[in-house]
Design a protein around this ligand. Structure first.
Ligand SMILES: [Zn+2]
Length: 135
């Protein structure tokens, strides 16, 4: 971390100095976080839906249970056991990481699981709003 200096006119208080250090640490953390998110291929979905650090609106607004928040975090972080992840561990070519739950012949990732997999048709009908472009 860079050195932290007080400028003329800054209040010379412990509180001000601690706030200055806190701001610098947060800035550095955000910089490292952004670098990690953009370089890890497993975070492909995550970087499209999470542009900045912070608690997401849905966590506060929908009163999700710990388990629900956990599953959402696992989806966002690319750690559910979809074929796209399993194939990454064994260096299987991406196009060969096909869903074994249906016969669509599509790569099994979060998009396929939520929007295309025929095995989840009933769940989509129950939980997703009607929108022909999703089915
Ligand atoms: Zn499928």
């Amino acid at each position: 971390m860079e050195d932290v200096y007080l400028s003329d006119g800054d209040p010379y208080t412990d509180t001000y100095f601690m706030e200055l250090i806190k701001a610098r640490l947060q800035s550095k953390y955000c910089e490292i976080w952004a670098g990690d998110v953009n370089t890890l291929s497993k975070l492909e979905l995550y970087k499209t839906i999470k542009p900045s650090i912070g608690v997401e609106h849905y966590v506060k607004a929908f009163y999700l249970t710990t388990q629900q928040r956990r599953y959402i975090a696992m989806c966002r972080g690319g750690i559910l056991l979809f074929e796209i992840e399993k194939g990454r561990w064994s260096n299987k070519p991406r196009k060969q990481r096909i869903c074994k739950q249906c016969d669509n012949g599509e790569v099994e990732d979060i998009y396929h699981f939520i929007l295309h997999c025929t095995c989840n048709r009933n769940l989509r009908a129950t939980y997703l709003p009607p929108n022909e472009s999703l089915h």
